[in-house]
Design a protein around this ligand. Sequence first.
Ligand SMILES: C[S@@+](CC[C@H](N)C(=O)[O-])C[C@H]1O[C@@H](n2cnc3c(N)ncnc32)[C@H](O)[C@@H]1O
Length: 310
Amino acid sequence: MMDYSRKISERLWNMPDKGELESRREATFIDDIIQKSHIEKELLSHLDGIKTVFDGGAGCGRFSILLAKKGCAVTHFDISQPMIDKAKELAAKEGVLDKITFVNGALEDLKGFNDKTFDMVISFDAPISYTYPNQKKVIGELVRICRKQIMISVSSRLGTLPYLANPIQKCQFILDETCDDPFVKWCIGNKENAIEAYHFNKDAVMKLYKDGLMGGDSEIAEYENGGTPWCITYTFMPDELEDILKHYGVKNIKLAGPGAYARTLPRELLVKIMNDSKQRSDFLDFCHYYDSNPFVCGMGKDNLFAQGKL
Ligand SMILES: C[S@@+](CC[C@H](N)C(=O)[O-])C[C@H]1O[C@@H](n2cnc3c(N)ncnc32)[C@H](O)[C@@H]1O
């Protein structure tokens, strides 16, 4: 399983169109808008004294570029060359190419970085969860290279369990059903089939609840057949994530569940809110406030957010 997890992740994230598709997510899915907005608000309010940043699994640069624009020297680290290429293109457009060092590498191997190299270490939208079974060690390594502030978001077990019982949940968050994004088209095209074929699988949800693991033997078989399955993903419980961070010496830990509030609203209302700039900005402010309450942290979209100090 150990090698497979990394190999599967490498194949998936290196698909040529990955960078392009990921860079469009905020234009297509409301839950992604909410999650990225939450992280952005957190980052912007914690930049005092931060000059250097390590972004692990930085993707197409959603946050590395933002921080470079704020004057930080950023190391943009990712396992995928298409993601890095897309990030370079976007960084050049924003005029911050020279503020960012791009490194193609795996989070499982951070030996090349000395202790306390970076003022801030970030890793958002689950890269840590894709390093199963090394996720705990990877968090330890991210803490090791950090001097002041750490912020991460990992796959949330309590947040993912509703997804497992609801294969059409992503449909609730489509911003524009007429857009030509291939994943949006797939969600819409597949909806009726997904409902038709649906049955509640107690064994599957109980398994995920207990071992936290999404994917396994069938993903490995698919990979061996030349396919590109989704990453084997480790989902965390909130108390578990807090304990791991504490174990490595992180203090003042705060947990949040971006997307928890929005889960309660039907798509028709979410779309109305998003298409009105004043309501959208007010809503994103309130989501950030509500989703920062640690009592809802498990019920975020599918990510559990944590921050702390060294
Ligand atoms: C969902 S994207 C998140 C991108 C970005 N952090 C954001 O929040 O917009 C996950 C990223 O993690 C990267 N990734 C996955 N496994 C990784 C690993 N083992 N080491 C480094 N990067 C990894 C992928 O290539 C992808 O760019």
